[in-house]
Design a binder for this molecule. Sequence first.
Ligand code: BGC
Length: 718
Amino acid sequence: MKRLMPLLCLILLVLRVLASEATSAEDKYINSLLSQMTLEEKVTLLHGNSTFYVGGIPRLGIPEWAMSDGPHGVRAEFNRHDWHYAGWTNDSATYLPTGTAIAATWNLDLCRTRGETLGDEARWRGKDVLLGPGVNIIRSPLCGRNFEYLSEDPYLAGQLAAAYIAGLQSRDVAACVKHFAANNQERWRLENSSQLSARTLHEIYLPAFKAAVKQGGSLCVMSGYNRVNGIFCAENAMLAQDILKGEWGFEGVYMSDWGATQSTVESAFNGLDVEMGTWAGHYDEWFFSRALLQAVRNDEVPMSVIDEKVRRVLRVMYRTHVIGNQRRYGPGSINTAEHQQEAYREAAEAIVLLKNSQGMLPLDASKIHSVAVIGDNATRKHSFGGMSSEIKALYEITPLQGLTDRLKGTNINIRFAQGYEAVSRDSVVPKSLRDSLMVQAVELARESDVAIVCCGLNHYYDSENFDRDDMALPYDQTALIQAVCRANPRTIVVVVAGSPVDLVSPSVCAPVIVWSWMGGMEVGHALADVLLGEVNPSGKLPFTIGYSLDQYGPHALGCFPGNEREVSYDEGIYVGYRWFEAKGFPALYPFGYGQSYTTFAYGKPQLSATKIHTGDQLTVSIPITNVGKMAGKEVVQLYVEDVASSVDRPLKELKGFTKLALNPGQTAQAVFTLTADDLAFYDESIKGWKTEAGEFRLHIGASSADIRQSATFTFVEP
Ligand code: BGC
């Protein structure tokens, strides 16, 4: 090693010189553009000039900057000056599984290829910025946008987001991670203030953004609409200046959510770079438009502040090759077979097997003559719903379609009964119609060998702008499931939803429960393949499913959703499994849980050291063996417990995970690395992270509640 040192130093030096040359080429280019701009031109770059564009400066070769939603597909084209779709015929897109579904894959490679797929399609549509991923923490099961977000756990959300962003940006499309920060409900989202401690903010609500920026290199960040501790996110200096641009060294653009800007001068000083909005056609009247020009002319905002913002916009444009060098990446592509395969792979790996009594799954098609497919969600398409993340999908394979396709050519008779009428939240279905739909479904179940009830939510419930009132399955679906189970003991419940729902009763009466999410355009095929054993399920829950709403911290404490003015995060750092474990509550289906058709054995973990110091890396490896009869994938999870701490800490916290594909009899090592940072808590007294000396216990398992192996080591202060 010693002999290699001079060579390593030389390589480092060359890399540093190359990097600084690259930076200076970028700086030179940006400086030259900036020096040629009038104030009016500069301000042009700092606000929208239509629904999804920022104006360009043609005389300097700066094109308009094109943006599009959203996190699971490129949204159809809007009219420039109103909120109607433009009616294009070539803007159908690939619809990928939504946020919680991709999170359930726990697969970083898939997140990366998801990003690449989205990048290809955004490129093809001429979009420079894609407005996603959404990484807000699932604080309550009721938040309407949970389906777009990733997890209740900041580490899981951050790792997935970073991989997605790296993939997306490899296609010269900037990511815009959203909504910064502590934007965890839809109710009163435009005005209320999330009241939380610095520790809660840093440990729970910021890490996914930090990973998106520092690890994933997200080039844009979108503000939340909400306030944090009284101050709107779009003008919150603590969030944008001190943390995002200061501590994390973010060099990109901090843009407002659409219509989230509240001021001109405060926003300009406190970190906002670009104002985007919903007030179409009045662009001159926006805060970062004529008012900003005026503020500069009145000496309220110095030119240096404007220049810094313009630099950021140009930097993102330069790094994605909107300006400057030739694009590295071609014209992109849309709706390719490969993109559809990506949708399929994600859907298949997302499906979580929650219950499988007596090995009823996989189904043996040779032993079945008739299948009853029941429930509105068996035929409902979800792509064009949920508001800003809606996708005009090229197609969407529903569960019924998927089963029909996969069972084509067999003698199995598939029949469908709607079971319930899925109306909007305020509408009422006449009792006579409800009863007759239920009776038809029960009759069909009774006459069939197997009943599959596709229940759950739809985008009347999983949607931007609303939170749900409770966790209940709407439309009396619980009663339907009970009745179908009574009529046919071979009933499979398929949950189509993006947020936790009440599954207590279905879990008692149904032998099988499978969660298939808002699973994208190929979900029907993926689901059929899981039910028929072509795919071994490997998804794990990215959130906790409790027995009741009042088991979750914010609901136990009665502090969700707060009121118009504020919502107090009284549960602090105890979100999701952290709360359940601290209170000793069992979960119906715990965080990280999901079954497989095979079985995995966890061997003895090996640690590279028994003591580590600051700067050291601890490597943990553990052999995992597929001891069953079918090839499968296992998500191995590593949780860390601080055995003795001067502050209250969760019993354990996720700090590593890996997904292994194993053939029957095969063993592979799950390998994790930890540093002192992974052991730290946010210490409010020093306004920073602190790792205390002492013992730490590692818990390695198949879910947060299924720990198979433990090991301890010591952190020693220098
Ligand atoms: C949403 C954002 C979205 C934007 C543009 C807002 O209402 O909160 O997530 O990107 O609209 O459609």
